[in-house]
Write a protein that binds this ligand. Structure first.
Ligand code: 0TT
Ligand code: SF4
Length: 355
């Protein structure tokens, strides 16, 4: 497939969720229009950059301690090619994870990327979107006539990066033309303006991750504020996108009932009437692996995140490491309480799953 991308994403500094402090380019990335565009932008902004033969070779990130290097990595962008075109599965949200970026500039304490990205927490964006879309087409064809859903937020927060890459817009427009494909992604950012006039054809569901005031305040540094997320959700709905909310991670904290009741009441207050059609909710309880617990305690030593394995239930993983979730009694209480509040305020809403 030929490169069709010629349009510049609307980059305007005030609209940026983040400006990297350091950028690495894999040389091959500069053979692609998206790579060149990012390169020109980096030069225009005067952002320092280096060339690297492969992201795997990045071993000399600035910073004296591991923690400093981690913080710098979170502000480092690597522009390269996606080589693995075999997609991971993404149950329960979709059939497949579609990779357009890996890593995120936010600092949510509970984030599973802390462990899944291991020693490489920098942010990678992929410029060979056409290869990725070709691979997606293979999966769509394979499942036809069933619909295939792709989740674009498994390994990053793609909305936070959209002002730099414009990749989501391309995915949205591609899936808009596919009778048998749907796209979905979730975000804690509000930078949706460049997506509003995309030809989505109702095939992309944009979900906003929301939480109680306590969780947002203590565990979600460097993300957009709650009010900004809701405002962005209303804009997406007005642009005809199906929208949804992911309440995740649901955390059992002092006053959680009031906290989650307030969250859903605030959503009800803030969301315009016409944004409620075809609204979905996904409920995900907090979970952690023992590796995650170690990493989080190192990176956010003062975190209030409770990760006491004595208070949790161990859930065996199908492949790999198991996770600690809430014991059934607590998980049921969270699920029942929050579901009841959702149906009270949004009788037309649909809860897709609690996991
Ligand atoms: O805290 C993370 C948990 O949240 C994971 O168990 C997945 C889950 N999750 C995240 C979810 O239930 N719904 C979502 O929409 C997610 C944002 C997307 C997602 C991610 C998913 O649905 N299923 C997944 O398996 N993932 C992750 O993608 C896990 C894995 O690390 C990666 C690739 O499969
Ligand atoms: Fe992780 Fe999402 Fe927070 Fe980014 S916004 S750090 S991807 S939980």
């Amino acid at each position: 497939m030929t490169q069709q991308l010629v349009e510049r994403p609307r980059v305007d500094r005030s609209a940026l969720s983040f400006v990297p402090e350091l950028v690495y380019f894999e040389p091959a990335a500069l053979d692609y229009p998206k790579g060149r565009r990012i390169y020109d932008w980096v030069n225009k902004e005067g952002i320092p950059y280096r060339m690297t033969t492969s992201h795997n070779r990045i071993t000399n990130l600035p910073g004296d301690t591991e923690l400093e290097q981690y913080k710098i990595a979170k502000r480092t962008l690597v522009v390269g090619l996606r080589k693995t075109l075999k997609f991971d599965t993404s149950k329960p949200s979709a059939e497949y994870a579609i990779p357009i970026a890996t890593g995120c500039m936010a600092h949510c304490h509970y984030c599973y990327l802390q462990t899944t990205l291991g020693a490489k927490p920098y942010i990678r964006v992929y410029v060979n979107i056409d290869d990725i879309l070709d691979a997606a087409q293979g999966y769509i064809d394979e499942r036809a006539p069933e619909i295939t859903r792709f989740e674009a937020a498994c390994t990053s927060d793609p909305v936070g990066l959209e002002p730099i890459t414009g990749s989501l817009r391309e995915l949205i427009e591609y899936m808009g033309k596919q009778p048998l494909a749907r796209l979905r992604f979730v975000t804690k950012f509000h930078h949706v303006d460049s997506l509003l006039d995309a030809n989505h054809n109702g095939h992309t569901r944009i979900r906003f991750s929301v939480n109680s005031k306590y969780v947002i305040k203590h565990f979600e540094p460097s993300t957009s504020r709650f009010e900004q997320r809701i405002e962005a959700a209303a804009k997406c709905a007005a642009a005809g996108y199906p929208i949804g909310f992911i309440i995740a991670p649901i955390i059992w904290h002092d006053g959680w009932e009031e906290g989650y009741a307030e969250l859903i009441a605030e959503l009800d207050k803030a969301l315009p009437k016409d944004a409620r059609e075809n609204l979905t909710f996904e409920l995900i309880q907090h979970r952690f692996t023992s590796t995650a617990k170690n990493v989080i305690e190192k990176r956010y030593p003062k975190t209030k995140l409770e990760m006491d394995i004595e208070k949790r239930k161990y859930k065996w993983g199908r492949w790999g490491q198991g996770k600690y979730v809430y014991p059934d009694e607590q998980a049921d209480a969270l699920r029942l309480f929050i579901s009841e509040r959702v149906f009270h305020h949004f009788p037309e809403g649909k809860i897709e799953y609690f996991t």
